[in-house]
Design a protein around this ligand. Sequence first.
Ligand code: ADP
Ligand code: LRH
Length: 484
Amino acid sequence: MNNHIAVDIGASSGRLVRGILQEGILSLEELHRFSNSFTEQEGSCFWDIDYLVEQIMIGLRKAKTDGITTCTLGIDTWGVDYVLVDADGNRVQEVYAYRDRRTDLAVDQVAQQLSPQTVYEKTGIQQLSINTLNQLYVHKEEELAQADQILLVPDYLYYRLTGRRINEVTIASTTQLLNLESRDFDDDLLEFLNIRKDQFAKLTEPGVVVGPLDEALIQQYDLPECQLICVASHDTASAVLGAPLQEGSAYISSGTWSLLGVERTEPLNSLKAMQANYTNEWGAYGTYRFLKNVMGLWLIQEVRRLLNNCYSFAELAELAQGEEGFRSLIPCNAPRFLNPSNMIEEIRSACMESEQPVPETSGQLARCVFDSLALSYLTYLEELEELTERRIEGLQIVGGGANNRLLCQLTADVIGREVKAGPTEATALGNIVVQMISTDSIADITEARAIIEQSFEITSYIPQPIKHFNNILNRWRSLHLSNV
Ligand code: ADP
Ligand code: LRH
């Protein structure tokens, strides 16, 4: 079977993509693309999970129309969010989106009862309000008690498509409930949350066959026969698998978030790493992603939305290109930018409070976002070098953000190192190559990355000098330090 299809759903968009391997060259064919976003209902933020299932059906139906009658299928999505399923297999309630404000105080509340150091030693996962641990902590007890099973979003999608329940390990690690030593859910953390271990399904590694697509769905929607394969279901795990990383280089998986880090074969859960709040998310094939969550392109997504989507992302980057650089900077990782009621106003207020010119035009707003992101990449790259005690030679940017030529060049200029941008669809590629490895079309991830490198155009950005960079850096550092 050599039709392999990735379902890759990020916080801002989803797609079904077919991977075709011919004479050592891998190409992608997009079958279906759709938008994704959470919506606010009575003050809470929810994903529309049934819409996502429907979009998968539409994509698979298109595959059938294109003549694909059999295929393998893998699913990846964003991390941390979960679905409660009752004993009859029904969803208990709407699916909370991680930006919901219910966890605003959770990190501090949990820290009063559980030592953050112990949690970090056990799990190696950074403290973020969005972590599943914090979400489950604030979840209503009676709803949790009704949950026969707690499935992360991609696990739930596998369940809807096959009737089989798994908890895939890479996505499970984003819960902050996995113990690095036992490589299982941590008993103390589950007890703290009042959750039984059997409320989670079997921890499952990428590469394992989950099962066939439900016959009733095939009939109802006229779909191809599919064998579902467990891939690295956390989109960031798949993105890094799909990044043709050079020795000594770091990556940014650049989408709604900028996930900046390095791949390691051992976790790094030292006290220093904890204090700097770096995470050790699990990867496929015995790897860990030692990384920092940077607020990322969410900032520009929100700016664009509030401008009534009247500019494309490419147009916003072009407008920003025409503006004066480093005029106004924001501490983009401050919690105030996680889900403000109005991102444009939040950016303007932050500039006003720090006595900088207030960005007025769309171009100035976009420029402020891109300049600030590039500077935050430098800060975290240097921190990464210090924590890992290794020089980082270059940076590979993958994901939708690799399309943003201004941000890629600014990043190269600011970090003073070569930036390689692409592939933009690294996540779908990571998803597909796990299917190919599992079905013996590719030997291992080393071969997969070599194939990806040969098959996709990677754009190189060479650093250019920035005028008065020391002044800019001093301004940035004092802003950053007053916000950590
Ligand atoms: P996610 O998986 O988190 O939904 P993606 O990897 O799909 O995110 O990346 C989406 C982001 O990529 C957009 O928010 C946008 O900022 C950026 N992007 C996509 N295409 C372009 C483009 N042509 N020019 C500039 N930025 C782009
Ligand atoms: C990126 C991502 C990231 C998580 C966040 C919830 O899409 O999966 O790795 O931290 O979404």
